[in-house]
Design a protein around this ligand. Sequence first.
Ligand code: O7M
Length: 222
Amino acid sequence: MVIKLKIKNKLIFAADLDNLDEVNNILNQISNLINTVKIGYPLVLSEGIECISKFKNLGYNVIADFKVADIPATNKKICKITFEKGADAIIVHGFVGKDSVKACKDIAKKMNKELFLVVDMSHPGSRQFLEKNSKEIAKIGLELGIKNYVLPSTKPKIGLEIRKILGDEAFVISPGIGVQGGEIKKTLKFADAIIVGRSIYQSKDPMTTTKKLINHINLAIS
Ligand code: O7M
């Protein structure tokens, strides 16, 4: 398993709020429990791309969830700017095809950063197009030598099937736990870490909720 990011407690916090103060408030409560934050469009479009450096300065690993899905030339620019802003990793879509993914992979390699490839997604609509091609997308990732992947916790059977294709060397992160119905135990049979957003940031007591999640994670892997 080759990954430069060390994800504490196998738990990534999805900071999908549109207000930086609210995110900081949650992080203050869980900062000794997690070290990796996934930020995406809700926060960046509301508060600006500088959120990345703000979280970096607080000591977090930052995964930029921009689900990059454009032509190779544009993909390269998006990744380069995101890495220059301080992101440790960027999330990239595979359905756009090998050349688009390769452009991201090449710039990530050049800048010594990480890339996560989305192979399938967690929401019901993903069955319409993405799921039908997820194995092909996984193969593109393997052909390009990509090590990091995103697989949905709401589809544990498919998760296991794709993990077989990716092999033990792959590092898999998985969203969909909690609100979307995914279960930690089933997910950690194919994933190395989980991504959780609403269950934490909508909780009345984010610290206790996060501790409970970590207990479940530890039970699942023991
Ligand atoms: O725990 P939630 O459901 O509130 O949040 C899950 C997070 O994971 C949220 O940031 C989603 O955008 C993201 N996500 C999915 O929910 N499903 C997917 O298939 C893929 C992602 C994701 O992170 O892609 C990289």
